[in-house]
Design a protein around this ligand. Structure first.
Ligand code: DX5
Ligand code: ZN
Length: 216
């Protein structure tokens, strides 16, 4: 398996200076970005959509992982990939059958990823796993940054890792210096971090280096 990657979630960055924030995080050593798209329906919050993904794409060549917290992901897959997404994550809870959407994402040349919320068991996505390049185990209920880490995600990472050794595994929510080592030990190589980078007084490079060290 590839070494762990810490993905800064731009949810809590300074959007008035988006390009500068992207460049600062990249200069700090980031190797990919995580962007949280929320529609105010699938989750009780609204963030941003295609224009922000495009703006990040213009500011950096790093891979962009777009986390679609929307009720109708199928309607936006093409546009989000056109905007610059390299990985598209849709939620299992948002659709009866994620398989056609995962196929569409792959057909368009992006990596297909399926997310499950803390209450959703791994069994719920068993049929879709062969079409997944990545699975995201949420360690908070999606919608907001800076929430408390839910350890149930670790059990699901271990279960998924034993099912498929080649699957990329991501964890998102409450990942910080106290929780990140457990995440990689459970099999995650994609570690999404929001507040532990953007709500710290420390320079981004220091937080990123510390998290990357603890993840290894
Ligand atoms: C939560 C989002 C996360 C969030 C993580 O709904 O999917 O990506 O930004 O933020 P922290 O790391 O603060 O939990
Ligand atoms: Zn996210």
């Amino acid at each position: 398996n590839p070494p762990p990657v810490v993905l800064p979630s731009l949810l809590l960055c300074d959007f008035g200076n988006l390009a500068a924030e992207v460049k600062a995080v990249e200069a700090a050593g980031a190797r990919a970005f995580h962007l949280d798209v929320m529609d105010g329906n699938f989750v009780p919050n609204i963030t941003y959509g295609m224009p922000i993904v495009e703006a990040v794409r213009r500011a950096s060549d790093l891979p962009i992982d777009v986390h679609m917290m929307v009720s109708k992901p199928a309607a936006f897959v093409d546009e989000i990939i056109d905007a610059g997404a390299d990985i598209v994550t849709i939620h299992a809870e948002a659709t009866d059958d994620p398989r056609p959407i995962l196929e569409q994402i792959r057909k368009r040349g992006a990596l297909a990823s399926l997310a499950i919320n803390p209450p959703t068991p791994v069994e719920a996505i068993a049929d879709a796993l062969p079409l997944c390049d990545m699975v995201l185990c949420m360690s908070v209920m999606p919608g907001f940054g800076a929430q408390q880490f839910e350890a149930v995600a670790l059990d699901k990472l271990r279960a998924l890792r034993s099912l498929r050794s080649d699957l990329l595994l991501e964890i998102d929510g409450g990942v910080n210096a106290s929780t990140i080592a457990q995440c990689t030990a459970a099999g995650a190589q994609m570690l999404v971090v929001g507040s532990a980078i953007f709500k710290k007084p420390a320079p981004y490079a220091d937080s990123l280096a510390e998290l990357t060290r603890l993840a290894a």
